[in-house]
Ligand binder design. Structure first.
Ligand code: GLC
Length: 705
């Protein structure tokens, strides 16, 4: 179907049919069948399986123009096969497997009639109090961009439209409280929050979702400068923009629009082509046009974009899915889910205890998450098959044999304060040689509208941890959570700590692979705070005029008249994170030596080659995520102390060395200057190649004028 065909179709549509295309509803009851027959919906949300085919049949066979439906679903990190939550997938620093996981998810969802997923979420998340950090790829714009593009490609290669969301700035919610106002300076938007969406647009993402938040006084869903201005006109995005759930009519509650008619007008003017869940477009746009309060051409543009995406998906030819569409491959999906879950786990501590020695004749698997198949799937799981979710306890018992593995919950669930099960758990620990303790957050403690002001282990889990540790039996702590937790009181009680996020359907076997010898290779996609008081805390921060000194917190000796010791630090907390962005241990030790640059000077438009000799100096094969960072030492505006510019997963055998090389083009050094122009300024740069955002050998190069 060509653009000409689309124009022909538009010319045949009534205004009511056009407004119908701009409406997405969740069908409830027979009236929705009439709505579809009458062309009163361009899309349905949350219908799958037979219902999906039924409604598509009504639209195609029984409406006047037979325009097929977009059938949307939140396929966020899997469909029947559930992959790690996006924050966990990000920890693998592996775009290719993220793309493959999205492709498998799209095949499974497509086989159930879904042709549109509201994923990837590209929000920059620097606040672990925010429940939706679980759905994000973390705090770094480059990592988010790479993984977001991979997910878009994975979904769309299988014939399911992707959706870059939430446009824009949603993750910067005040206080980490979902839906709260965001106050982002223009340069923060241009250099931090918009780049992942720009990358997705350049990768051909078919749809974008407007966000709930108020952006410096303008709700994102009514933000004409950003949607129609930046996204559509400046970037050339030719797909469709859908609102978030009722975010059009919520502009009334924002105090931005006085009623639904005004909200509909504001959203269409801003460039929101389709309204999700509320029906203010259908209820009010005709009247607004009739009274000359809305340009009818904007409605035609919205309908054009909607029909264009339906055409790009091939829905006019194959409304029930293309016959050549690949069928789901569940075994391959499960194998990938295990592999991605394994490499998303981050080893935070390992003084002893891991890997479990073959000598461990009796292993106690304890905790509310040791055998919780639903909880380990994480948030945003509607179609995940709990019956196929394999837990740590089940997987370890299978691996070591039932006679060597014993289990006690200790607590019924993560939020429980009921200690009735404590004694039995402690007794089991005391009778074992090692304890695998599975603690963290239930799936329902993260995700949309699930924000936390305290980031400790919920419920009585700290009590359970300390009671088990008091037995003196080594503790291997496995933490499953949808966010970074505050671990200061946790770390001393465990010999080893493995952070597994919410690892999905194959989380159990993946974690057991690591417990039994495969080396962890996950790296943190987000900084871990020592305390909530440090939030927001992220690695690519500014240096300030009084950067904190490396030593521990103290009371400054000076006075405002003699400000010695006055730094951007705390009296009562170390200013550094508990664990920095990019951090993660393995079962071996890697050495970085002989950092080399192809030149000490880089010409404008040129490329610098930076390399390091990486050696596995331990006794086990392992994979390192080698990270390249730069710092622009002086700019026309202040620049971050470090910025990730590239990364590679490198696997080495014991004793093996390899030179790891990166190419750094000057385009990667661009930012927006005081006049918000995108520039690349000459001057000195620090460059690091290392294991995380806080270490690694460094070099200096000069970008020439
Ligand atoms: C929700 C979320 C959005 C989701 C949509 C449909 O409120 O904000 O991410 O895709 O509604 O479920």
């Amino acid at each position: 179907m060509t653009e000409h065909d689309i124009e022909q179709l538009i010319s045949r549509m009534t205004l009511a049919e056009k407004l119908g295309q701009m409406t997405q509803v969740q069908p409830q009851g027979r009236d929705q069948e009439e709505r579809v027959r009458n062309g009163g919906a361009g899309s349905l949300i949350n219908v799958v399986g037979d219902d999906a085919y039924h409604y598509q049949w009504l639209a195609v066979e029984h409406s006047r123009l037979g325009i097929p439906l977009l059938l949307g679903r939140d396929v966020i990190h899997g469909f029947q096969t559930v992959f790690p939550i996006p924050l966990g997938q990000a920890a693998a620093f592996d775009p290719e497997r993220v793309r493959l996981a999205a492709a498998h998810s799209a095949r499974e969802a497509g086989a159930a009639g879904v042709n549109w997923t509201f994923s990837p979420m590209l929000d920059v998340a620097r606040d672990p109090r925010w429940g939706r950090i679980a759905e994000s790829f973390g705090e770094d714009p480059l990592l988010i961009s790479r993984l977001g593009v991979a997910m878009v490609q994975g979904y769309q290669q299988e014939g399911v439209a992707a959706c870059a969301k939430h446009f824009v700035g949603y993750g910067a919610a005040e206080g980490g409280r979902d839906y709260s106002a965001t106050d982002l300076a223009p340069r923060a938007l241009l250099d931090t929050y918009l780049p992942p969406f720009r990358a997705a647009q350049q990768a051909g993402v078919m749809t974008v979702m407007s966000a709930f938040n108020d952006l410096d006084g303008v709700p994102a869903t009514g933000h004409e400068d950003l949607i129609r201005g930046t996204l559509k006109e400046q970037w050339g995005f030719d797909g469709l923009v859908v609102s978030d759930w009722c975010s059009v009519t919520e502009m009334i509650a924002h105090g931005f629009c006085e009623d639904a008619a005004a909200a509909a007008r504001a959203a269409v003017n801003a460039g929101v082509d389709m309204e999700m869940a509320s029906t203010s477009y259908q209820d009010h746009l005709a009247s607004l046009i009739e009274h000359g309060l809305l340009d009818k051409a904007l409605v035609d543009d919205a309908v054009r974009r909607i029909l264009r995406i339906k055409a790009r998906l091939g829905l006019f030819q194959h409304p029930y899915g293309a016959p050549e569409r690949a069928q789901p491959q569940r075994p391959a999906a499960a194998q990938l889910a295990r592999s991605l879950a394994r490499d998303s786990c981050v080893l935070l501590k390992n003084e002893q205890g891991l890997p479990l020695g073959e000598h461990a004749r009796r292993v106690a698997v304890i905790g509310p998450l040791a055998d919780a198949p639903g909880e380990q799937l994480g948030c945003w799981v509607f179609d995940g098959e709990r019956q196929h979710s394999q837990t740590v306890f089940a997987a370890l018992r299978e691996r070591l044999g039932a006679q060597r593995v014993v289990h006690a919950r200790g607590l019924e669930h993560c939020r429980s304060h009921d200690l009735d099960g404590l004694d039995a758990a402690v007794a089991l620990a005391r009778s074992s040689e090692v304890v695998v303790l599975c603690l963290g957050e239930d799936a329902g403690l993260s995700g949309e509208a699930h924000c936390r002001a305290h980031l400790d282990l919920p419920g009585a889990q700290q009590t359970l941890l300390e009671a088990v540790a008091a037995t003196g039996v080594p503790v291997v702590l496995v933490i499953m959570a949808g966010r970074p937790l505050v671990l200061g009181t946790v770390l001393p009680h465990a010999q080893a700590v493995l952070y597994a996020w919410h690892p999905g359907s194959l989380g159990g076997p993946a974690i057991v692979d690591l417990l039994c010898g495969e080396s962890p290779s996950g790296r943190l996609p987000v900084s871990f705070p020592r305390s909530v008081g440090q939030i927001p805390i992220f690695y690519n921060h500014k240096n300030t005029g009084r950067p904190p000194q490396a030593d521990a917190p103290s009371i400054p000796s000076g006075t405002p008249l003699d400000p010695s010791g006055f730094f951007a630090a705390y009296l009562d907390e170390d200013h550094r994170p508990q664990f920095p962005f990019g951090f993660g241990l393995s079962y071996t030790r890697f050495e970085y030596r002989d950092l080399q640059l192809s030149s000490k000077q880089l010409a404008p438009g040129g490329t610098l080659c930076a390399s390091v000799l990486l050696s596995n100096v331990g006794h086990r094969s392992a994979t390192e995520v080698v990270q390249l960072y730069v710092r622009d030492l002086v700019g026309s505006v202040t620049r971050p102390v470090r910025e990730l510019k590239d990364f590679q997963r490198i696997s080495l055998q014991p004793g093996e060395s390899r030179r790891v090389s990166f190419e750094l083009h000057t385009d990667a050094l661009r930012f927006h200057d005081r006049h918000l122009r995108q520039v690349c300024e000459s001057g000195q740069f620090d460059l690091w190649i290392g294991p995380d955002s806080a270490t690694g050998p460094s070099a200096v190069f000069e970008l020439m004028a």
